[in-house]
Design a protein around this ligand. Structure first.
Ligand code: TZP
Ligand code: MG
Length: 204
């Protein structure tokens, strides 16, 4: 994948939205996001048919706009929606298994410390999600804050691997993440809760 696709990576599920997720995605696309991840997860998340149904609509919007559509965790959902890629965490389905079943798909992997990095099949993934950059209240089981310094460490070890920072990122601190060497910033609440989304995405 082109590293620049990660530049403004919007992550969202219905549980993050206080209005229609489709209209939030539409607005975010119009504002200039470069990538989207459907992450229907945590308290209040949709399940079953409702999750698939919303996924279909979000997927369609991204296809129409030419925005990469990534599914978090759920390999079956990824498959049914014919998503462009899948993002997994350390305790999700194994990268080895996904790669052998989907040789050409985009795989993103979260790494939050050195141990995770050392134990990861980095050669099999297309990009790394690194974080949390800052304190976040969006993911209740987030790992301890690693900060932009963590981006530097990952990039030093894997200079050619596309890297996106995540966790507590907003227009006021995104620059530090990019300065540390990240190819982009992944955000949830800075966009879903934005009063002026167009200006937030532009500043990011
Ligand atoms: N992974 C690490 S932190 C985080 C995820 C999914 C939550 C990011 O949400 P926000 O609102 O951008 O801090
Ligand atoms: Mg996960």
């Amino acid at each position: 994948m082109k590293a620049s696709t990660l530049r403004k990576y919007f992550v969202m599920g219905s549980q993050n939205c206080n209005k229609d997720p489709l209209s939030i995605l539409d607005e975010a696309i119009k504002a200039g996001i470069t990538c989207f991840q459907y992450r229907e997860k945590g308290e209040g998340a949709l399940t079953g048919e409702a999750k698939y149904s919303l996924g279909h609509k979000l997927r369609q919007r991204c296809a129409e706009a030419g925005i990469l559509f990534i599914v978090n965790d759920d390999v079956e959902l990824f498959d049914v929606l014919k998503a462009d890629g899948i993002h997994v965490g350390q305790s999700d389905r194994s990268v080895n298994e996904i790669r052998s079943n989907y040789p050409d798909t985009i795989i993103g992997l979260s790494v939050s410390d050195r141990t995770e990095l050392e134990q990861s099949p980095v050669n099999l993934v297309d990009y790394l999600g690194v974080g949390p950059m800052y304190r976040t209240t969006t993911k209740t089981d987030a790992n301890p804050v690693a900060g932009p310094e963590w981006v530097k460490i990952v990039k030093r070890e894997y200079p050619n691997m596309p890297v996106v920072g995540i966790g507590g990122i907003h227009p006021g601190n995104a620059g530090k993440v990019i300065e540390a060497g990240a190819d982009g910033v992944a955000v949830i609440s800075a966009i879903t809760q934005a009063v002026d989304m167009s200006s937030v995405v532009k500043s990011l």
